[in-house]
Design a protein around this ligand. Structure first.
Ligand code: NAD
Ligand code: UDP
Length: 325
């Protein structure tokens, strides 16, 4: 805690003390970096289930950066903060399905513990929710008003229902206790610092292509996703956190460009120059057929829209994974 206390003392009143849970993960590490660049003091909390030391190694020397190993299922005491970004939760299907009970606890108990902390300290709190709250959507594209189509007992439910319950807790703490909340529904995001082994489609295809292996298409590859580059997303996080208190969300953050997995595979093949073939594998249970955000609210309330096209973002990601996979 000493670096944290030092940063607090030396930086004056305008600097915010910001807790980022899941800060050693893919998105969390980019968020910590951006907040530090803005001059804030950042407390990065992580249990390192899917987070990696190498994601934050370049931040460790900064006196305004403090790392704490902690699991959000346990209450966090002895830390005073102005803002909380709650990103702690594995996001890749194989990873969140590895210990589904702990995934559910992470979303629900994590939200409870952090909301209690926000309530006690008058801190503003951001929740990294997900497009998975829409499940396998029957409305397309998905606006925030859509209530979703989620299997409550399937293999994805620990994640989908955990995130839905967390949203419920956020809105109940806002109504019952006046906690200032910000809920973002994040659509598939990719970029540097994705774990080459975490099993999500963008990292899988790129790593397979770079190794000359077959690209694994689950199902017939006609299912769609909308891929947002990480820098665009993090800009959206901070705009949402900095918005007026009346802007609570839930608000979709994602890139409306929609691609089938076959189209994605072809782009990765072209950009890597790989001679990999396509290997068709069984479609996982409850895999959503289609996914595209309606971002009207983000455009109107945050003045936000993604700027990085898929090919440019894939080039950056390929460059990163060439060096790290
Ligand atoms: P990630 O797996 O790289 O990062 C999650 C981080 O949370 C890791 O560092 C992990 O170690 C940590 N963590 C997990 N359980 C924890 C616990 N119980 N206590 C403390 N730390 C814990 O995933 P990501 O892509 O960076 O996602 C970050 C957040 O954004 C997650 O909450 C995820 O659900 C949400 N999200 C991400 C995407 C995406 O496409 N990347 C889409 C929708 C929502
Ligand atoms: N997918 C695939 N090959 C892979 C990994 C995933 O075809 O090697 C598919 C997966 O079935 C899903 C889509 O790609 O339809 C996105 O999967 P990901 O795990 O990245 O995210 P999510 O399913 O949570 O949107």
């Amino acid at each position: 805690m000493s670096a944290w206390a030092a940063a607090e003392g030396s930086r004056g009143m305008l600097v915010k003390k910001i807790l980022v849970t899941g800060g050693a993960g893919f998105l969390g590490s980019h968020l910590c970096e951006k907040l530090l660049n803005q001059g804030h003091a950042v407390l990065c909390l992580d249990n390192f289930f899917t987070g990696r030391e190498e994601n934050i190694a370049h931040l460790r020397a900064n006196p305004a950066f403090t790392l704490i190993r902690h699991d959000v299922t346990q209450p966090l005491t002895g830390v005073a903060v102005d803002e909380i970004y709650n990103l702690a939760c594995p996001a890749s299907p194989p990873r969140y399905q590895h210990d589904p009970i702990h995934t559910m606890k992470t979303s629900v108990l994590g939200a409870l513990n952090l909301l209690e902390m926000a309530k006690a300290q008058g801190a503003k709190i951001f929740q990294a929710s997900t497009s998975e709250v829409y499940g396998d959507p029957s409305v397309h594209p998905q606006p925030e008003s859509y209530w979703g189509n989620v299997n409550p007992i399937g293999i994805r439910s620990c994640y989908d229902e955990g995130k839905r319950a967390a949203e419920t807790l956020f809105f109940d703490y806002q109504r019952q206790h006046g906690v200032r909340i910000k809920v973002a529904r994040i659509f598939n995001t990719y970029g540097p610092r994705m774990d080459p082994n975490d099993g999500r489609v963008v990292s899988n295809f790129i790593v397979q292509a770079l190794r000359g292996q077959d690209l694994t298409i689950y199902g017939d590859g006609s299912q769609t996703r909308s891929f947002c580059y990480v820098d665009d997303l993090i800009e959206g996080f901070i705009r949402l956190m900095d918005s007026d208190d009346g802007v609570t969300g839930p608000i979709n953050l994602g890139n409306p460009g929609e691609f089938s997995m076959l189209e994605l595979a072809q782009k990765v093949q072209a950009l890597t120059g790989a001679r990999s073939r396509l290997a068709f594998k069984p479609l996982p249970q409850d895999d959503p057929r289609q996914r595209r955000p309606d971002i009207t609210q983000a455009e109107q309330k945050l003045g936000w829209r993604p700027a990085v096209p898929l090919e440019a973002g894939l080039r950056h990601t390929i460059e990163y994974l060439r060096r790290h996979a």
